[in-house]
Design a protein around this ligand. Structure first.
Ligand SMILES: CC(C)(COP(=O)(O)OP(=O)(O)OC[C@H]1O[C@@H](n2cnc3c(N)ncnc32)[C@H](O)[C@@H]1OP(=O)(O)O)[C@@H](O)C(=O)NCCC(=O)NCCS
Length: 159
């Protein structure tokens, strides 16, 4: 599924792309997308097995400028695993556009809730998801002893 938005940005489902090639390109450009180390979170399974729920945003010149990875579980929970916008495209609603793409696909597969998990000190992610209407819940020891996380939950509009 491909959608075209403002500013010549196209959002292309990973299903239409080579998982191996796109993953390698995104990891090469890691520091343009992330302020902290996240390479270990880019396990190949998110591209090869769950890639059908992921999408890449490309500029009019074909550059990778954003991406989203996730999956819908059997109990109709849409888990948004990673979302990133390249540093020179932030604040242009591209993050919102990528979430909208993921929401649309998740809703079409029966999901009713979208959830993402972030570190409590990740102010940008907390502000972003709250701006999109997510509620925040502190989950103590979520990722192990002393590793608290914030679970952000947003209800999806029925299609
Ligand atoms: C977080 C991130 C994805 C936001 O993408 P973006 O394209 O810049 O966000 P948008 O322009 O779509 O903004 C959508 C809303 O979130 C808010 N927002 C986005 N980033 C924000 C920030 N750093 N601080 C405060 N609010 C922010 C915007 O103000 C906007 O709200 P509004 O529509 O009410 O004005 C982007 O900053 C990023 O890739 N950061 C590095 C990777 C990362 O931390 N990812 C974690 C996301 S789970």
């Amino acid at each position: 599924m491909t959608t075209a938005g403002d500013g010549g940005i196209s959002v292309v489902g990973f299903a239409e792309l080579s998982a191996t090639t796109v993953r390698a390109r995104l990891l090469d450009a890691h520091d343009r997308f992330w302020d902290v180390e996240t390479r270990a979170l880019h396990d190949p399974v998110w591209f090869h097995q769950f890639g059908g729920f992921g999408a890449l945003a490309r500029s009019s010149t074909g550059e990778d400028v954003g991406y989203v990875l996730g999956a819908v579980t059997a109990d109709r929970l849409a888990h948004l695993h990673l979302l990133a916008v390249r540093d020179d495209h932030r604040g242009t609603s591209l993050g919102r556009q990528l979430c909208g793409w993921f929401d649309g696909l998740a809703t079409s597969t029966g999901a009713r809730v979208v959830q993402t998990v972030v570190r409590p000190d990740d102010a940008a992610a907390l502000a972003f998801h709250t701006a999109l209407g997510a509620g925040a819940h502190l989950s103590r020891d979520h990722a192990g002893p002393g590793a608290d996380r914030v679970v952000l939950t947003r209800f999806l509009a029925l299609g």
